[in-house]
Design a protein around this ligand. Structure first.
Ligand code: ZN
Length: 162
């Protein structure tokens, strides 16, 4: 039987494969969501830009974990190394939902509770959310904030009914 060669290297490859497959955060062990390099580059503070080496990152969605993005090698960028707070992390302030127009969860709740908005169109009109969106660059997930806004509207309308 042939020898396998360098064991350290194989170990590293195995580890990378495991992270790629499961997308697990190196710190909290929870599954993250894939985000492209361009998004991370746009959101990281200038002094930490040197940390970006990969094409694909994962966003750690755990509210208590200090990690924002991590790569398959287990290298990571902390939430406080970004220019904006991540809305789902504990203590996020301000809690932006639409990162293109800096509309917060508070603004959306206010539109629904105090200004009578009933759907995403009305919320967008009142708050300015989703206008001229460049979500791929500005939203920490690299995706449109619309689904999240809808969730908040739904939650607030339910609360209003009670
Ligand atoms: Zn984490």
């Amino acid at each position: 039987m042939r020898e396998n060669g360098n064991i350290c290297c194989n170990d590293k490859k195995e580890r990378v494969k495991r992270v790629e497959k499961n997308q697990i955060c190196a710190i909290c062990g929870k599954k993250g969501q894939g985000v492209l390099e361009a998004t991370v580059k746009n959101l990281i503070k200038d002094e930490f830009k040197y940390k970006i080496k990969e094409k694909v990152y994962y966003l750690c969605m755990d509210k208590n974990c200090e990690v924002a993005y991590y790569d398959v090698y287990g290298e990571y960028i902390k939430a406080n190394e970004l220019k904006v707070p991540l809305w789902f992390k504990d203590g996020a302030n301000p809690k932006y939902i639409c990162y293109c127009n800096y509309v917060t969860e508070e603004d959306i709740v206010d539109a629904v509770v105090n200004k009578g908005a009933k759907d995403i169109k009305e919320v967008a009109e009142i708050t300015g959310a989703m206008k001229n969106g460049n979500c791929k660059m500005n939203n920490p997930l690299g995706k449109c904030c619309g689904p999240l806004i809808k969730e908040i509207i739904k939650r607030e309308l339910e609360l209003k009914k009670k």
